[in-house]
Design a binder for this molecule. Sequence first.
Ligand code: B1M
Length: 212
Amino acid sequence: MSILNEISVNLQNGKSKIVKALVQQALDEGVKPADILNLGLLDGMNVIGEKFKQNEVYVPEVLVAARAMNMGMQILKPHLAEEGVTAKGRVCIGTVQGDLHDIGKNLVRMMMEGKGLEVVDLGTDVSAETFVQTAKEQDCRVICCSALLTTTMGVMEEVVKAAEAAGIRDRVKIMVGGAPVTEEFCRKIGADGYTVDAASAADMAVAYCKGE
Ligand code: B1M
């Protein structure tokens, strides 16, 4: 079994410590950080996601897999970030109110940090008011909203409206993403940008911070 396969399988089994050690071993062996992320950690999460959908595994198994994912990411994070890059702007990010999924949001944050952005992480279950208040008080150029549930996507529209009501809509861009979110949804609610993955989200945020 290749080391990337081992990472995936151990993540699916929730073996946090083994995943952490394997990620370190892969780095030591010169495996590219992006491959460890995509072909190891995310591959394992995708398998768990499919099994969850088919009712083959339940919430506890998904939680231990998510913990293993986060342990692996702790080791990988500094290697994904480009060293010595100066901050190009400040953004805030969070998973919207009612939603506790944070793996994708954390990935987006890490990619943005890797591009040199200063990221204010508001965590999960974040209200529209908190996003807007933070953007206002901390002079964020971009508000980044993540949602994994179809039932919580609507909060993103509240963020757009709250930014308009607070009078900051002309100086803040609003980005949306997460598995159920689409380009069409983004346009419908009047947000500025949607991307399908974390790496392109980071590129888009950098472009917005440069005023593009
Ligand atoms: Co939940 N869950 N979950 N879950 N969970 C999903 C999302 C689900 C699709 C599973 C399913 O039924 N097939 C389903 C949602 C169905 C729907 O709404 N249509 C679901 C459900 C129903 C639930 C509960 C309601 C289950 C229950 O309790 N009965 C409950 C809700 C709790 C709540 O939030 N209030 C729940 C709970 C949980 C756990 C706590 C067990 C755990 C979360 C742990 C954690 O996050 N710390 C969990 C998990 C892990 C999942 C699955 C298996 C995996 C999600 C994930 O982390 N994916 C998921 C099934 C699946 O997706 N196949 C599922 C990996 C992650 C990297 O992807 O977040 O999409 P993602 O991020 C991507 C892109 O979307 C993008 O970048 C990332 C990749 O580069 N992206 C952005 C994300 N945010 C972005 C923002 C951007 C741009 C791009 O710009 C700002």
